[in-house]
Design a protein around this ligand. Structure first.
Ligand code: DQA
Length: 148
């Protein structure tokens, strides 16, 4: 068990970052984002395993596997945020601290985006800060882990 590794999970459609509704999600690509998270985590001595999938089961399997070698999970579940009890159950099932991130301010958008199945089980939630929100999530999750 290495406790200085984080799992970064990006859910459905986040592979399209850079070209997907850039007025909402910005112009950074997923590769840029993963690099930024790895760079930030490295400053605190943490490694990062990254997964993005459009398939819920792949995300669930990656979350289960995180039990083996990760200390915490940073997750942007995409649209699954608002629909998936299964994803929530996976997160509570492994019991690792979770940082939930959304690029956009979900609370300022359509009403169906206001509810998250993850927020109440997350150690922290960051919304509406674009890719910088992932940097904040890394910092705050690491602080949470180190004070635990
Ligand atoms: C999102 C917000 C969700 O409502 C949406 O379905 C996404 C991206 C965000 O990062 O702002 O796919 O999680």
């Amino acid at each position: 068990m290495t406790d200085r590794r984080l799992l970064l999970v990006n859910g459905p459609n986040l592979n399209l970052l850079g070209t997907r509704e850039p007025q909402i999600y910005g112009t950074e690509t997923l590769d840029n984002l993963v690099e930024l998270v790895m760079y930030t985590a490295d400053e605190f001595g943490y490694a990062v395993s990254a997964v993005q999938s459009n398939h819920e089961g792949v995300l669930i399997d990656a979350i289960h596997e995180a039990r083996e070698d990760c200390a915490g999970i940073i997750i942007n579940p995409g649209g699954l945020t608002h629909t998936s009890v299964v994803l929530r159950d996976a997160l509570t099932g492994v019991g690792l601290p979770v940082a939930e991130v959304h690029l956009s301010d979900v609370h300022a958008r359509e009403e169906f985006r206001h509810h998250s199945y993850v927020s109440d089980i997350a150690a922290l939630t960051v919304v509406g800060e674009g890719t910088a929100g992932y940097v904040r999530a890394v910092r705050e999750l690491v602080a949470h882990l180190e004070q635990a």
